[in-house]
Design a protein around this ligand. Structure first.
Ligand code: PXG
Ligand code: PLP
Length: 451
């Protein structure tokens, strides 16, 4: 039994055994939980059960962009619960959900103005893949069944998402459950050619030509969609080379293939614009979103669809369901209320501009780690950055754990995956907080030892 040592939790939790934690080293956590159990959250900080204050370097998991316990969101949720706590999503409607769809459509690139709601990024990805298959089918191209994803891509953990995703660890345990006919583009990270790039690397646009090769191999008539994160988040902030996304767009258009941007992390301001599509000036056919849409307050995700795609489904007798898909909690009134409050704050406080203004501060601070022992790459775009560390010999992943633990002792909640440290601080961070975060990271990297 993993007995809890924190007196603050006496009478609340006696052991940690029953909870099988997601994407976690369960056995290690349950023995080393100091500064890892959170008691409260306010603004850009958590407080642990021991009373340690932690700067929230990843905005929760890339979602609490306006900081925790935002009073506008808190008030909206209280009001909503007392007005309509739940409304059936099928064959019934709640006006605020329609209004949210309209607001999200207004933020999206022109032409993308139909919104399907779900509860997570993973569900949003599954939904987008189904829309793509259905779209081609209703237009008489049922042979378009293949998807093209990308190496190191993360599209959540549904069977669809792990199939198009390119995270080996997330796929290899379930080899029999992959969608058939999926292929992958190469990822775009080549440290020999682009290490320590600030913003978009100059090298690598030609990697998009691999799509032409896959089209030639499979024939365009068999391919439904290409799905990519415009900036790969989970893989460690892999920024697309200049011209790369433009080439993907061009090839998809040429071959009648739908282009899906998975903007679960990049949407709603992380890139200093409503969507990465806007920042890069490349318009996909669908945008997948979640996380920041409502500041992570209540699970919410969705897919924004080009109007023609939506309209293609609107055939047959009007009294029949057009698209056999949806979730019990699609467009949940609580999630919707949190989203309205979030969009209000993003607009009224000009938060996209604030993220843009902080971008060079974060860039300077993080690239200041270039030259530290063991730092092999630093990448950044928008309010997102990552540092790759040279693994300890024979113990991949251990160095990042050490850095993470030193961070906790120094009041920083870093996110690590493999030997990469990623940061995506809240938009409400101050310049001093970003500087403090990078200096704490420097200290933790210098202190990291293999034993
Ligand atoms: N697509 C993308 C691009 C994501 O980043 C998902 C889909 C899945 O969303 P849900 O809501 O089903 O988890 C994600 C989620 C990290 C981290 O540390 C990233 C995610 C989730 C948790 C941690 O980078 N991305
Ligand atoms: N499993 C069962 C037995 C159900 O009845 C339902 C929904 O009605 C689901 C799964 C799907 O749940 P959700 O709509 O929350 O995804």
């Amino acid at each position: 039994m993993n007995r809890i040592a924190a007196p603050e939790l006496d009478g609340l939790v006696t052991n940690l055994d029953a909870y099988w934690m997601p994407f976690s080293h369960n056995r290690y956590f349950k023995r080393h939980h100091e500064y890892r159990l959170l008691a409260s959250a306010q603004g850009a900080y958590y407080t642990t059960v021991e009373g340690q204050r932690l700067f929230d370097c990843l905005s929760g998991l890339w979602c609490v962009n306006l900081g925790h316990a935002h009073p506008r969101i808190a008030a909206a949720l209280k009001r909503q619960f007392e007005t309509v706590d739940y409304s059936p999503a099928f064959q019934m409607g709640y006006p605020e959900t329609f209004r949210l769809a309209e607001r999200i459509a207004a933020l999206a690139p022109a032409g993308l103005d139909r919104v399907f709601f779900v509860n997570s990024g993973s569900e949003a990805v599954d939904t987008a893949l189904k829309v793509a298959l259905g779209y081609h089918r209703v237009r008489g191209e049922a042979g378009r069944i293949r998807f093209i994803g990308r190496e190191r891509g993360y599209h959540g953990v549904g069977f669809g998402g792990i199939s198009v995703g390119g995270m080996v660890a997330n796929r290899k345990m379930f080899p029999s459950a992959q969608l058939t006919g999926v292929d992958h583009l190469p990822h775009t990270h080549d440290p020999a050619r682009m290490a320590f790039s600030r913003g978009q690397p100059a090298w690598g646009a030609h990697l998009a030509d691999e799509l032409a090769r896959l089209v030639a191999l499979h024939d365009a008539s068999t391919i439904a969609a290409v799905i990519v994160e415009p900036v790969q988040g989970s893989a460690g902030v892999i920024v697309p080379p200049v011209g790369y996304l433009e080439k993907l767009r061009e090839l998809c258009t040429k071959h009648g293939i739908l282009l899906v941007f998975d903007e679960v992390i990049t949407g709603f301001g992380r890139m200093g614009a409503a969507f990465a599509a806007e920042r890069f000036g490349v318009v996909p056919d669908m945008i997948v979103f979640a996380k920041g849409v409502n500041n992570g307050a209540i699970p919410l995700g969705g897919v924004i669809v080009r109007r023609e795609i939506h309209d293609a489904f609107m055939t047959g007798p009007e009294h029949l369901v057009e698209f056999f898909h949806g979730y019990t909690y699609s467009g949940h009134p609580m999630a919707v209320a949190a989203a309205h409050a979030t969009l209000d704050v993003l607009a009224e406080e000009d938060m996209f501009a604030r993220a843009r203004a902080l971008e060079p501060v974060l860039e300077e601070a993080m690239h200041g780690l270039n030259g530290e022992p063991g730092v092999v790459d630093v990448r950044n775009l928008g309010l997102a950055a990552a540092v790759d560390l040279e693994p300890f010999p024979g113990a991949p992943g251990l160095r990042a754990v050490k850095v993470f633990e030193q961070g906790l002792r120094d009041g920083q909640l870093f996110r690590f995956t493999g030997d990469t440290i990623a940061v995506g601080p809240p938009f409400v961070s101050t310049e001093a907080e970003l500087g403090g975060m990078a200096e704490a990271l420097r200290k933790a990297i210098r202190a990291s030892r293999a034993s």
